[in-house]
Design a binder for this molecule. Structure first.
Ligand code: APR
Length: 249
């Protein structure tokens, strides 16, 4: 971990009028949820074309639920890790305005962040594509999966955004507002290859925000959009930045 960059990030946060975080699956890896594109990631096990496209769910929901059960089993056990907890502390100290997350695991809210925008939806509710019944999925157990609609007994779909589905309108509008009005973005644990999500740091950069990337590897944002990349695990880097903010403020 490059400590000069930790110090630089803390200084940028202290000088920033409005800082937001933009997070991807990498921030939840240390909570036991593999990401998608790293070695051993979810897309190594399940081809996203076959399992994560909305057409796949329409044509073979039973098959897609094999992938979803894998995901749910990890999410149900997962707890916030030091990276999530560090972002909640930054919010508590008044240095983080919002978290825009691509993750559906709810770990930012569980850690204590209050202004969380779920760009790719949430696993916490499920809907029936036939009769639009929606249920609260937070009390579901593994043995309840896959859940069926109580009205028409179709297989319910988690309210996560599949490929080929639109981003929830509210998430789009609020993310655009945040990315246009912020002065710094902490981009954490994302490969930045999926759009329109990956345009969030680009929009912020176009308006002069400082883009601080925290990742295990360089991404298409690195050296192009990001002002600097702090290489390493979010679970180590975020707490170090929080401690440095406390020291410098
Ligand atoms: N700390 C920091 N970064 C990490 C860590 C960690 N502990 N572990 C992994 N990473 C990095 C990986 O190196 C990778 O660059 O996080 C990134 C995760 O990238 P992806 O697996 O592509 O996840 P994400 O960017 O969230 O994917 C975006 O794609 O499949 C869709 O809807 C899905 O929301 C997801 C979207």
């Amino acid at each position: 971990m490059d400590y000069t960059l930790i110090q630089r990030a803390a200084k940028d946060i202290l000088n920033s009028k409005k800082t937001i975080a933009f997070t991807g699956a990498g921030i939840s890896v240390e909570s036991g949820i593999p990401d998608f594109r790293s070695a051993g990631g979810l897309w190594e096990k399940f081809d996203p074309e076959e399992y994560a496209h909305i057409y796949a769910f329409h044509s073979n929901p039973e098959k897609v639920w094999m992938m979803l059960k894998d995901m749910f089993s990890l999410i149900m056990e997962a707890k916030p890790n030091p990276a999530h907890i560090g972002l909640a502390e930054l919010e508590r100290m008044g240095y983080l305005s919002s978290v825009i997350t691509q993750n559906v695991d709810g770990l930012h809210q569980a850690a204590g962040n209050h202004h969380v925008i779920e760009f790719h939806g949430t696993h916490r509710t499920l809907s029936c594509l036939k009769c639009s019944t929606t249920i609260d999925g937070t009390s579901l157990k593994m043995e309840d999966l896959p859940p069926r609609c109580s009205r028409c007994s179709s297989l319910l779909k988690p309210d996560v955004v599949f490929f080929g589905e639109p981003i929830p309108w509210e998430a789009q509008v609020s993310s655009l507002k945040e990315s246009k009005s912020c002065t710094a973005v902490l981009v954490i644990g994302t490969s930045a290859v999926v759009y329109p999500a990956a345009s969030i740091p680009v929009t912020a950069k176009e308006r002069g925000a400082t883009i601080i990337e925290i990742n295990m590897e360089p991404t298409p944002l690195t050296n192009v959009i990001s002002d600097y990349l702090i290489l390493g695990s979010a679970g180590e880097i975020i707490p170090a930045i929080v401690e440095e903010v406390k020291r410098q403020r």
